[in-house]
Design a protein around this ligand. Sequence first.
Ligand code: NIG
Ligand code: FE
Length: 412
Amino acid sequence: MRKKFKFSQVVTPLGTPPLKGEEMGKLAVYEPGEILVEDGRILEIGDKTSPAPYTEEYFGTIAIPALVDAHNHLPFGGERLREFQMKLEGHSYMEIARAGGGIRATVKATREASFDELLQVSLQRAFWIIKNGTASTEAKSGYGLNLQDEIKQLRVARALGEVLPLDVVPVFLGGHDVPPGEDKEDYLQKLINEIMPRVAQEGLSDYFDAFCEEGVYSPDEVERMFRAAKEMGFKLRLHTDEFSHTGAIPMAVDMGAVSVDHILYASAEDIKKIAGSDTVAVLMPTVSFFLRLDRYAPAREIIDGGGAVALGTDFNPGSSPALSMFFPLWLAVFKMKMSMEEALAAATLNAAHVLGLGHRVGSLEPGKKADFLVLDLKDYRQIFYYFSEPRLVAVYKEGKRVISLPRQWEGM
Ligand code: NIG
Ligand code: FE
Protein backbone atom coordinates (compact mmCIF):
# COMPACT_ATOMS: atom_id res chain seq x y z
CA MET A 1 0.00 0.00 0.00
CA ARG A 2 1.25 3.47 -0.95
CA LYS A 3 0.96 6.52 1.27
CA LYS A 4 2.12 10.04 0.56
CA PHE A 5 2.89 12.57 3.30
CA LYS A 6 3.46 16.29 3.05
CA PHE A 7 5.15 18.60 5.60
CA SER A 8 6.43 22.18 5.69
CA GLN A 9 9.90 20.81 6.31
CA VAL A 10 11.53 17.38 6.44
CA VAL A 11 14.97 17.07 8.01
CA THR A 12 17.24 14.05 8.10
CA PRO A 13 20.86 13.01 8.32
CA LEU A 14 22.06 11.08 5.26
CA GLY A 15 24.70 8.55 4.40
CA THR A 16 26.41 5.46 5.70
CA PRO A 17 26.92 5.51 9.46
CA PRO A 18 28.75 6.00 11.65
CA LEU A 19 28.78 9.65 10.60
CA LYS A 20 32.01 11.13 11.86
CA GLY A 21 33.44 14.57 12.46
CA GLU A 22 32.09 17.15 10.05
CA GLU A 23 29.70 14.64 8.46
CA MET A 24 27.71 14.75 11.68
CA GLY A 25 26.88 18.41 11.17
CA LYS A 26 25.22 18.07 7.78
CA LEU A 27 21.52 17.45 7.51
CA ALA A 28 19.33 17.28 4.42
CA VAL A 29 16.52 19.84 4.65
CA TYR A 30 13.53 19.52 2.27
CA GLU A 31 11.18 22.50 2.21
CA PRO A 32 8.41 21.60 1.69
CA GLY A 33 9.07 17.95 2.30
CA GLU A 34 7.30 14.91 0.93
CA ILE A 35 7.65 11.28 1.86
CA LEU A 36 6.27 8.52 -0.36
CA VAL A 37 5.87 5.24 1.50
CA GLU A 38 5.14 1.77 0.23
CA ASP A 39 4.48 -1.15 2.56
CA GLY A 40 6.09 0.63 5.47
CA ARG A 41 9.28 1.55 3.61
CA ILE A 42 10.33 4.87 2.16
CA LEU A 43 10.08 4.85 -1.63
CA GLU A 44 10.94 8.48 -2.27
CA ILE A 45 11.74 11.57 -0.23
CA GLY A 46 12.36 15.15 -1.28
CA ASP A 47 10.71 18.51 -1.83
CA LYS A 48 8.65 16.84 -4.55
CA THR A 49 8.04 13.11 -5.00
CA SER A 50 6.20 11.19 -7.78
CA PRO A 51 2.57 12.17 -8.28
CA ALA A 52 0.19 10.39 -5.91
CA PRO A 53 -2.69 11.66 -3.80
CA TYR A 54 -1.62 12.83 -0.36
CA THR A 55 -2.98 10.43 2.22
CA GLU A 56 -1.73 12.57 5.06
CA GLU A 57 -0.97 16.25 4.84
CA TYR A 58 0.42 18.03 7.87
CA PHE A 59 0.29 21.78 7.28
CA GLY A 60 2.80 23.80 9.27
CA THR A 61 4.68 20.88 10.76
CA ILE A 62 8.07 19.26 10.36
CA ALA A 63 9.09 15.61 10.13
CA ILE A 64 12.32 14.11 11.44
CA PRO A 65 13.44 10.47 11.72
CA ALA A 66 12.00 8.72 14.76
CA LEU A 67 14.57 8.82 17.55
CA VAL A 68 16.84 5.87 18.33
CA ASP A 69 18.00 5.17 21.88
CA ALA A 70 21.52 3.71 21.71
CA HIS A 71 21.79 2.96 25.44
CA ASN A 72 18.87 1.73 27.52
CA HIS A 73 18.54 -0.74 30.41
CA LEU A 74 14.77 -1.18 30.01
CA PRO A 75 13.85 -4.63 31.45
CA PHE A 76 14.73 -4.31 35.16
CA GLY A 77 12.66 -4.91 38.30
CA GLY A 78 11.71 -2.25 40.84
CA GLU A 79 12.91 1.31 41.24
CA ARG A 80 15.24 3.06 43.69
CA LEU A 81 13.34 5.98 45.12
CA ARG A 82 14.94 5.94 48.59
CA GLU A 83 18.35 5.99 46.96
CA PHE A 84 17.26 8.89 44.79
CA GLN A 85 16.33 10.78 47.92
CA MET A 86 19.74 9.97 49.43
CA LYS A 87 21.42 11.35 46.36
CA LEU A 88 19.46 14.56 46.69
CA GLU A 89 20.65 14.72 50.28
CA GLY A 90 24.24 14.65 49.05
CA HIS A 91 25.40 11.00 48.96
CA SER A 92 27.32 10.01 45.84
CA TYR A 93 26.39 7.22 43.39
CA MET A 94 29.41 5.09 44.33
CA GLU A 95 28.85 5.68 48.07
CA ILE A 96 25.31 4.36 47.79
CA ALA A 97 26.48 1.40 45.70
CA ARG A 98 29.04 0.47 48.36
CA ALA A 99 26.35 0.66 51.04
CA GLY A 100 24.36 -2.08 49.29
CA GLY A 101 22.26 0.10 47.03
CA GLY A 102 23.00 0.59 43.39
CA ILE A 103 23.08 -2.13 40.76
CA ARG A 104 22.95 -4.90 43.35
CA ALA A 105 19.66 -3.66 44.77
CA THR A 106 18.13 -3.86 41.30
CA VAL A 107 19.63 -7.32 40.78
CA LYS A 108 17.59 -8.47 43.78
CA ALA A 109 14.37 -6.91 42.46
CA THR A 110 14.95 -8.24 38.95
CA ARG A 111 15.57 -11.77 40.16
CA GLU A 112 12.41 -11.65 42.27
CA ALA A 113 10.24 -10.64 39.31
CA SER A 114 8.70 -13.40 37.21
CA PHE A 115 8.96 -13.23 33.41
CA ASP A 116 5.36 -11.96 33.24
CA GLU A 117 5.92 -9.31 35.90
CA LEU A 118 9.07 -8.10 34.20
CA LEU A 119 7.30 -8.04 30.85
CA GLN A 120 4.42 -6.07 32.35
CA VAL A 121 6.56 -3.26 33.78
CA SER A 122 8.73 -3.22 30.67
CA LEU A 123 5.69 -2.92 28.39
CA GLN A 124 4.48 0.07 30.34
CA ARG A 125 7.89 1.77 30.10
CA ALA A 126 8.10 0.93 26.40
CA PHE A 127 4.74 2.62 25.82
CA TRP A 128 6.13 5.87 27.24
CA ILE A 129 9.31 5.43 25.23
CA ILE A 130 7.29 5.27 22.01
CA LYS A 131 5.01 8.08 23.13
CA ASN A 132 8.13 10.26 23.47
CA GLY A 133 9.20 9.65 19.89
CA THR A 134 11.60 6.71 20.10
CA ALA A 135 10.93 3.96 17.54
CA SER A 136 14.08 1.86 18.07
CA THR A 137 15.83 1.15 21.33
CA GLU A 138 18.41 -0.95 23.00
CA ALA A 139 17.30 -3.12 25.96
CA LYS A 140 20.16 -4.34 28.14
CA SER A 141 20.16 -7.22 30.59
CA GLY A 142 22.75 -7.00 33.38
CA TYR A 143 20.46 -7.10 36.42
CA GLY A 144 20.13 -10.89 36.48
CA LEU A 145 23.82 -11.77 36.68
CA ASN A 146 23.05 -15.48 36.66
CA LEU A 147 22.01 -17.79 33.86
CA GLN A 148 18.27 -17.85 34.40
CA ASP A 149 17.74 -14.18 35.16
CA GLU A 150 19.98 -12.81 32.40
CA ILE A 151 18.05 -15.02 29.97
CA LYS A 152 14.76 -13.83 31.46
CA GLN A 153 15.71 -10.19 30.87
CA LEU A 154 16.85 -10.88 27.32
CA ARG A 155 13.64 -12.77 26.52
CA VAL A 156 11.57 -9.91 27.89
CA ALA A 157 13.55 -7.55 25.65
CA ARG A 158 12.84 -9.72 22.64
CA ALA A 159 9.14 -10.04 23.49
CA LEU A 160 8.79 -6.24 23.63
CA GLY A 161 10.01 -5.93 20.06
CA GLU A 162 7.61 -8.65 18.96
CA VAL A 163 4.47 -7.07 20.35
CA LEU A 164 5.14 -3.32 20.07
CA PRO A 165 5.75 -0.91 17.19
CA LEU A 166 9.31 -0.60 18.46
CA ASP A 167 12.56 -2.15 17.23
CA VAL A 168 14.19 -3.56 20.34
CA VAL A 169 17.82 -4.69 20.32
CA PRO A 170 18.61 -6.95 23.29
CA VAL A 171 22.12 -6.46 24.65
CA PHE A 172 23.71 -8.96 27.04
CA LEU A 173 25.28 -6.90 29.84
CA GLY A 174 26.73 -9.92 31.65
CA GLY A 175 29.67 -7.86 32.93
CA HIS A 176 27.56 -5.22 34.68
CA ASP A 177 28.72 -6.06 38.21
CA VAL A 178 29.74 -8.90 40.51
CA PRO A 179 26.55 -10.58 41.76
CA PRO A 180 25.80 -9.85 45.44
CA GLY A 181 27.51 -12.29 47.79
CA GLU A 182 29.60 -13.93 45.07
CA ASP A 183 33.32 -14.13 44.51
CA LYS A 184 34.43 -12.15 41.47
CA GLU A 185 36.66 -14.88 40.03
CA ASP A 186 33.88 -17.48 40.43
CA TYR A 187 31.44 -15.26 38.62
CA LEU A 188 33.88 -14.48 35.80
CA GLN A 189 34.35 -18.20 35.21
CA LYS A 190 30.63 -18.86 35.29
CA LEU A 191 30.02 -15.94 32.96
CA ILE A 192 32.58 -17.06 30.41
CA ASN A 193 32.00 -20.81 30.60
CA GLU A 194 28.25 -21.03 31.15
CA ILE A 195 26.21 -17.88 30.69
CA MET A 196 27.91 -16.40 27.63
CA PRO A 197 27.81 -19.63 25.61
CA ARG A 198 24.10 -20.13 26.40
CA VAL A 199 23.18 -16.58 25.37
CA ALA A 200 25.15 -17.09 22.15
CA GLN A 201 23.61 -20.51 21.42
CA GLU A 202 20.09 -19.30 21.97
CA GLY A 203 20.71 -16.22 19.84
CA LEU A 204 19.40 -13.96 22.60
CA SER A 205 21.80 -11.10 21.87
CA ASP A 206 24.37 -10.14 19.25
CA TYR A 207 26.20 -7.97 21.78
CA PHE A 208 28.22 -8.35 24.97
CA ASP A 209 28.58 -5.37 27.31
CA ALA A 210 30.45 -4.77 30.59
CA PHE A 211 31.07 -2.04 33.18
CA CYS A 212 34.68 -0.97 33.71
CA GLU A 213 35.04 1.15 36.83
CA GLU A 214 36.98 1.27 40.06
CA GLY A 215 35.26 -1.18 42.40
CA VAL A 216 33.54 -3.00 39.55
CA TYR A 217 35.66 -4.54 36.74
CA SER A 218 39.22 -3.57 35.83
CA PRO A 219 40.42 -3.14 32.23
CA ASP A 220 42.20 -6.52 32.48
CA GLU A 221 39.06 -8.27 33.65
CA VAL A 222 37.05 -6.64 30.88
CA GLU A 223 39.65 -7.72 28.35
CA ARG A 224 39.29 -11.29 29.55
CA MET A 225 35.51 -11.15 29.11
CA PHE A 226 35.87 -9.43 25.74
CA ARG A 227 38.25 -12.08 24.38
CA ALA A 228 35.81 -14.84 25.26
CA ALA A 229 32.83 -12.86 23.95
CA LYS A 230 34.53 -12.04 20.67
CA GLU A 231 35.41 -15.67 20.18
CA MET A 232 31.74 -16.57 20.60
CA GLY A 233 30.76 -14.04 17.93
CA PHE A 234 29.46 -11.22 20.13
CA LYS A 235 29.92 -7.59 19.11
CA LEU A 236 31.39 -5.58 21.98
CA ARG A 237 30.22 -2.55 23.91
CA LEU A 238 31.59 -1.04 27.11
CA HIS A 239 30.45 1.20 29.97
CA THR A 240 33.63 2.96 30.97
CA ASP A 241 35.14 6.08 32.54
CA GLU A 242 31.77 7.06 33.99
CA PHE A 243 33.16 8.05 37.42
CA SER A 244 36.95 7.83 37.00
CA HIS A 245 39.64 7.36 34.40
CA THR A 246 40.14 3.61 33.86
CA GLY A 247 42.52 3.29 30.92
CA ALA A 248 40.18 0.77 29.23
CA ILE A 249 39.30 2.87 26.19
CA PRO A 250 42.36 2.02 24.01
CA MET A 251 41.88 -1.69 24.75
CA ALA A 252 38.19 -1.54 23.80
CA VAL A 253 38.92 0.37 20.58
CA ASP A 254 41.72 -2.05 19.65
CA MET A 255 39.39 -4.98 20.19
CA GLY A 256 36.97 -3.41 17.72
CA ALA A 257 34.23 -2.47 20.20
CA VAL A 258 31.19 -0.98 18.47
CA SER A 259 30.98 1.65 21.19
CA VAL A 260 32.49 3.02 24.37
CA ASP A 261 29.78 4.52 26.54
CA HIS A 262 29.75 7.33 29.16
CA ILE A 263 33.52 8.20 28.92
CA LEU A 264 33.28 11.32 31.09
CA TYR A 265 36.88 10.80 32.21
CA ALA A 266 38.44 9.98 28.82
CA SER A 267 41.96 11.43 28.50
CA ALA A 268 43.20 13.41 25.50
CA GLU A 269 44.88 10.19 24.30
CA ASP A 270 41.64 8.23 24.69
CA ILE A 271 39.76 10.86 22.70
CA LYS A 272 42.31 10.67 19.90
CA LYS A 273 42.05 6.92 19.88
CA ILE A 274 38.25 7.01 19.55
CA ALA A 275 38.31 9.77 16.97
CA GLY A 276 40.65 7.80 14.73
CA SER A 277 38.48 4.67 14.82
CA ASP A 278 35.02 3.35 13.92
CA THR A 279 34.16 2.94 17.60
CA VAL A 280 31.28 5.25 18.48
CA ALA A 281 31.25 7.31 21.67
CA VAL A 282 27.77 6.73 23.11
CA LEU A 283 26.94 9.58 25.45
CA MET A 284 24.13 9.93 27.97
CA PRO A 285 24.15 13.47 29.36
CA THR A 286 21.03 12.71 31.44
CA VAL A 287 23.35 10.81 33.82
CA SER A 288 25.37 13.95 34.58
CA PHE A 289 22.14 15.88 35.01
CA PHE A 290 20.47 13.31 37.25
CA LEU A 291 23.55 12.68 39.41
CA ARG A 292 24.24 16.43 39.59
CA LEU A 293 27.74 15.96 38.19
CA ASP A 294 29.67 19.00 37.02
CA ARG A 295 31.21 16.99 34.25
CA TYR A 296 29.78 16.04 30.85
CA ALA A 297 31.40 13.78 28.25
CA PRO A 298 33.84 15.37 25.77
CA ALA A 299 31.50 15.25 22.75
CA ARG A 300 32.94 18.39 21.16
CA GLU A 301 36.51 17.09 21.30
CA ILE A 302 35.55 13.73 19.80
CA ILE A 303 33.67 15.30 16.89
CA ASP A 304 36.34 17.94 16.30
CA GLY A 305 38.91 15.14 16.23
CA GLY A 306 36.91 13.41 13.48
CA GLY A 307 35.09 10.81 15.61
CA ALA A 308 31.50 9.58 15.86
CA VAL A 309 29.06 10.31 18.68
CA ALA A 310 25.67 8.74 19.40
CA LEU A 311 23.18 9.56 22.14
CA GLY A 312 21.16 7.45 24.53
CA THR A 313 19.00 7.89 27.60
CA ASP A 314 20.80 5.26 29.73
CA PHE A 315 17.32 4.58 31.10
CA ASN A 316 18.04 2.69 34.37
CA PRO A 317 16.85 2.90 37.99
CA GLY A 318 20.02 4.38 39.47
CA SER A 319 21.71 6.95 37.28
CA SER A 320 19.12 7.98 34.70
CA PRO A 321 15.45 7.07 34.98
CA ALA A 322 14.83 9.09 31.79
CA LEU A 323 12.71 7.57 29.03
CA SER A 324 12.60 10.38 26.50
CA MET A 325 15.38 10.94 23.96
CA PHE A 326 14.48 14.62 23.79
CA PHE A 327 16.18 15.35 27.08
CA PRO A 328 19.56 13.94 25.92
CA LEU A 329 19.08 15.92 22.69
CA TRP A 330 18.67 19.17 24.59
CA LEU A 331 21.53 18.44 26.99
CA ALA A 332 23.79 17.50 24.06
CA VAL A 333 23.40 21.02 22.76
CA PHE A 334 23.25 22.96 26.02
CA LYS A 335 25.80 21.00 28.05
CA MET A 336 28.03 19.12 25.60
CA LYS A 337 28.35 21.95 23.08
CA MET A 338 27.16 19.84 20.17
CA SER A 339 25.48 21.65 17.29
CA MET A 340 21.77 21.03 16.76
CA GLU A 341 22.55 19.10 13.58
CA GLU A 342 25.14 16.92 15.31
CA ALA A 343 22.74 16.17 18.15
CA LEU A 344 20.03 15.06 15.72
CA ALA A 345 22.47 12.82 13.81
CA ALA A 346 23.66 11.36 17.12
CA ALA A 347 20.11 10.56 18.27
CA THR A 348 19.07 8.96 14.98
CA LEU A 349 21.50 7.57 12.39
CA ASN A 350 24.56 7.08 14.59
CA ALA A 351 22.47 5.54 17.36
CA ALA A 352 20.93 3.18 14.79
CA HIS A 353 24.42 2.17 13.69
CA VAL A 354 25.42 1.30 17.26
CA LEU A 355 22.39 -1.01 17.47
CA GLY A 356 23.22 -2.67 14.16
CA LEU A 357 20.18 -1.04 12.53
CA GLY A 358 21.98 1.65 10.52
CA HIS A 359 20.82 0.22 7.20
CA ARG A 360 17.15 0.05 8.23
CA VAL A 361 16.30 3.04 10.43
CA GLY A 362 17.79 6.31 11.71
CA SER A 363 17.41 8.41 8.56
CA LEU A 364 14.71 9.13 6.00
CA GLU A 365 16.11 7.59 2.84
CA PRO A 366 14.64 5.29 0.17
CA GLY A 367 14.57 1.67 1.30
CA LYS A 368 14.52 2.47 5.00
CA LYS A 369 11.61 2.00 7.38
CA ALA A 370 9.19 4.91 7.36
CA ASP A 371 9.79 5.68 11.04
CA PHE A 372 9.31 9.38 11.61
CA LEU A 373 7.99 12.01 14.00
CA VAL A 374 5.66 14.88 13.22
CA LEU A 375 6.36 17.97 15.30
CA ASP A 376 4.15 21.04 15.54
CA LEU A 377 7.08 23.28 14.55
CA LYS A 378 8.16 25.12 11.39
CA ASP A 379 11.92 24.71 11.58
CA TYR A 380 14.00 21.92 13.14
CA ARG A 381 16.01 24.45 15.16
CA GLN A 382 12.83 25.08 17.16
CA ILE A 383 13.24 21.60 18.68
CA PHE A 384 16.06 23.14 20.72
CA TYR A 385 14.82 26.71 20.91
CA TYR A 386 11.53 25.62 22.48
CA PHE A 387 13.38 23.14 24.70
CA SER A 388 11.32 21.38 27.39
CA GLU A 389 8.42 20.62 25.01
CA PRO A 390 9.04 18.86 21.71
CA ARG A 391 5.50 19.49 20.40
CA LEU A 392 5.24 15.94 19.22
CA VAL A 393 1.95 15.38 17.39
CA ALA A 394 2.50 11.99 15.78
CA VAL A 395 4.84 9.02 15.79
CA TYR A 396 4.97 6.84 12.68
CA LYS A 397 6.42 3.35 12.72
CA GLU A 398 6.80 1.65 9.33
CA GLY A 399 4.40 4.14 7.80
CA LYS A 400 1.68 3.61 10.42
CA ARG A 401 0.62 6.26 12.91
CA VAL A 402 1.13 4.66 16.32
CA ILE A 403 0.82 7.80 18.47
CA SER A 404 -1.23 10.84 17.72
CA LEU A 405 -1.97 13.98 19.73
CA PRO A 406 -4.26 16.89 18.94
CA ARG A 407 -2.51 20.05 17.74
CA GLN A 408 -4.94 22.34 19.52
CA TRP A 409 -7.80 22.27 21.98
CA GLU A 410 -11.07 21.14 20.55
CA GLY A 411 -13.40 23.96 19.75
CA MET A 412 -10.60 26.50 19.43
O1 NIG B 1 24.87 3.02 32.80
N1 NIG B 1 27.14 2.28 34.87
C1 NIG B 1 26.54 1.25 35.07
N2 NIG B 1 25.26 1.01 34.80
C2 NIG B 1 24.27 2.02 34.80
C3 NIG B 1 23.80 2.34 36.15
C4 NIG B 1 23.12 1.18 36.67
C5 NIG B 1 22.42 1.35 37.99
O2 NIG B 1 22.72 2.23 38.80
O3 NIG B 1 21.53 0.51 38.20
C6 NIG B 1 24.72 3.21 34.01
O4 NIG B 1 24.89 4.32 34.51
FE1 FE C 1 24.24 2.09 31.15
